[in-house]
Ligand binder design. Structure first.
Ligand SMILES: Cc1cc2nc3c(=O)[nH]c(=O)nc-3n(C[C@H](O)[C@H](O)[C@H](O)COP(=O)(O)OP(=O)(O)OC[C@H]3O[C@@H](n4cnc5c(N)ncnc54)[C@H](O)[C@@H]3O)c2cc1C
Length: 371
């Protein structure tokens, strides 16, 4: 049996664990220093912008499309296996278009999507008003509607992935910090590839043998790669978000899509509650970032310009999280760690880790020779 260790139990590590658990003859252990979905995944809004993303080719589209397709079967599969209901919004995503947006660019994208087998509709102001009566139409020129993009509760999804993987025999070690000590690396270079092999990892003092290691530790991936002298630069980009209760429902009962405008997401949760997020706050030169309360206030004020009812909403909760953003290369980072034969990276998904988790798992499976 091949022994695989996955470091990190956010959405990415949990999805890889579940997808690999469907392959016989693998002994999979997931090591998580805290609890499941406690990192970036714990703060995420779960909006999956694939068809509406503007990406039409190359790796970025391939990963998005693969993820969107896999989610169609993955969610019912997990629900049936675990009995956990995963909250999903299937009403699609509406992107508001402002005067500075180029309508012809969106019309062209709608054509491309149609050729690719996906649906994207351009809405006039009248159609938008009919479907989303709570949106203020001033400053808008219309909207784009993507019925096949979705939103999912990332924390419950991760819980379901873990439960399903456990049922398939995956072992999870929570509250277990993981290090890769230099002594565990087989320094005798493989003569054909010139690569090293990681034979063992260390967890809270214990040592675990491994044939393959997958680093899916989000921001924690950077120190792990540093310890192997193959540092991958990943920096935090902070996001603040709010849970709001509105005085009255904004839209139609029968149609509650996610609404996005000017990089602001408005996610309906039912019972007049919504998530509003998220700010994008970059770190200083030392890689440190601290939440700025005034940025959240400004963010909310901007959202009020196209969703006026937010002004009187009750704030039920606010939170923040840090997105793992790669520095000097595109997100996400998926592939073999430089100089290693058996260490894989599935990390640095920045703003789209929930969306891209199934595509990432598929890519990792292929790269490891399991698909
Ligand atoms: C406010 C906010 C809103 C967002 N909204 C969306 C959205 O709408 N849609 C979307 O697709 N994405 C969104 N994202 C981005 C998304 O959250 C991330 O891309 C995704 O969660 C990354 O998942 P991950 O599993 O790689 O990392 P994480 O969720 O950070 O998981 C990594 C795990 O590794 C563990 N770990 C780290 N180091 C070690 C170690 N040495 N040993 C053991 N365990 C370790 C951590 O404890 C953590 O649990 C949002 C992010 C934020 C902050």
């Amino acid at each position: 049996m091949s022994k695989i260790i996955i470091i990190g139990c956010g959405i990415v590590g949990a999805t890889i664990a579940y997808e690999l658990s469907l392959i016989p003859q693998l002994k999979i252990t997931v090591i998580e220093k805290d609890s499941l979905a406690c990192g970036s995944t714990g703060a995420a809004l779960g909006v999956m912008m694939a068809v509406i993303s503007g990406k039409t080719k190359g790796r970025t589209w391939r990963l998005r499309e693969a993820s969107l397709k896999r989610y169609q079967s993955l969610i019912p599969e997990l629900e049936a296996k675990t009995g956990i209901t995963i909250p999903v919004n299937d009403d699609g995503i509406i992107k508001l278009l402002f005067a500075e947006d180029k309508l012809d660019k969106w019309q062209k994208l709608a054509q491309t999507r149609s050729q690719q087998g996906w649906n994207l509709e351009i809405l006039t102001l009248g159609q938008l008003q009919q479907r989303c009566p709570g949106v203020a139409m001033e400053n808008l020129i219309g909207a784009v509607y993507s019925p096949e993009d979705r939103q999912v509760n990332p924390q419950i999804l991760t819980k379901a992935l873990v439960a399903a993987a456990q049922e398939n025999g995956v072992e999870f070690q929570f509250q277990t910090d993981c290090q890769i000590p230099a002594v565990a690396v087989d320094s005798a270079l493989d003569s054909s590839s010139g690569s090293q092999t990681c034979r063992q990892i260390e967890t809270n003092g214990a040592k675990l043998d491994c044939d393959q290691v997958i680093i899916a530790a989000g921001l924690g991936s950077a120190p792990l790669t540093e310890s192997l002298a193959a540092a991958v630069d990943i920096r935090p980009v902070l996001g603040q978000a709010l849970r709001l209760q509105l005085e009255q429902d904004l839209g139609l009962d029968s149609f509650q899509p996610v609404i996005t405008g000017n990089d602001i997401l408005f996610v309906p949760l039912g019972d007049r509650q919504y998530w509003l997020g998220a700010t994008v706050e970059f770190p200083d030169e030392d890689g440190k970032v601290v939440a700025q309360p005034d940025l959240l206030t400004k963010f909310k004020q901007e959202a009020e310009t196209f969703y006026p009812a937010i002004a009187n909403a009750k704030i039920l909760a606010s939170w923040q999280g840090k997105r793992p953003r790669p520095f000097g290369q595109a997100a996400p980072v998926i592939g073999k760690l430089d100089g290693f034969e058996n260490v894989w990276l599935a990390t640095a998904h920045y703003r789209n880790g929930v969306l891209l988790a199934p595509g990432t798992a598929e890519e990792i499976k292929k790269l490891m020779g399991f698909a």
